[in-house]
Design a binder for this molecule. Structure first.
Ligand SMILES: [Zn+2]
Ligand SMILES: [Zn+2]
Length: 174
């Protein structure tokens, strides 16, 4: 994830890093998501612009997590453009902690790991779904209702409750 700035020539430096499951586990310990079978990678270029360095790249591939409804794997395709400026250590005027697209260089190296971590954390929804129309698990038998229509009556209550409400309301409407 680290690039030495003295290796970035006038023609730039290609960036092509694979994001592994081990790396995600270390960088995002609280995240229950890992790169999917087709992998995840950052591809692009680092370029020198004046005293600064510009990363233009795409984080592309897939992440795999657990469907919030049926607990089967949920895969999420990612194709996220990144444009980050790394400013030199002595450029005090350029320092801006509020701007996540402006990063201060440290030790003559550019570490793109923070950017990858932030993009992954933003991309994973709180309740990921295997599919938009996931039917989830049956509350009665626990079966995956995407796979088997178990036929359990999961919602017998509403009719009874509605009927009771109707009975209560009727007198007040008279
Ligand atoms: Zn699901
Ligand atoms: Zn059932």
């Amino acid at each position: 994830m680290r690039f030495k700035i003295n290796e970035i020539g006038p023609e730039g430096l290609p960036v092509n890093v694979s994001v592994t499951a081990d790396w995600v586990a270390a960088a995002c310990p609280d995240l229950e998501a890992r790169p999917g079978p087709s992998g995840l990678g950052l591809r692009g270029r680092l370029e020198k612009t004046g005293d600064d360095y510009l990363l233009r790249a795409n984080l592309r591939g897939e992440m795999e997590t657990t469907c919030a409804r049926c607990l089967e794997p949920a895969r999420l395709a990612l194709d996220l453009p990144l444009a980050v400026t790394f400013v030199s250590e002595d450029a005090d005027d350029a320092e801006d902690d509020e701007d996540p697209d402006l990063v201060k260089l440290e030790g003559g190296e550019i570490d793109v790991g923070d950017q990858i971590r932030d993009e992954i954390l933003l991309a994973i929804p709180i309740n990921p779904l295997c599919q938009e129309a996931c039917l989830g698990l049956c509350l009665v038998c626990g079966g995956n209702r995407n796979l088997v229509a178990c036929g359990c009556k999961t919602e017998p209550a509403p009719t009874g409750r509605l009927a009771a409400l109707a009975k209560i309301k009727l007198p007040t409407q008279q």
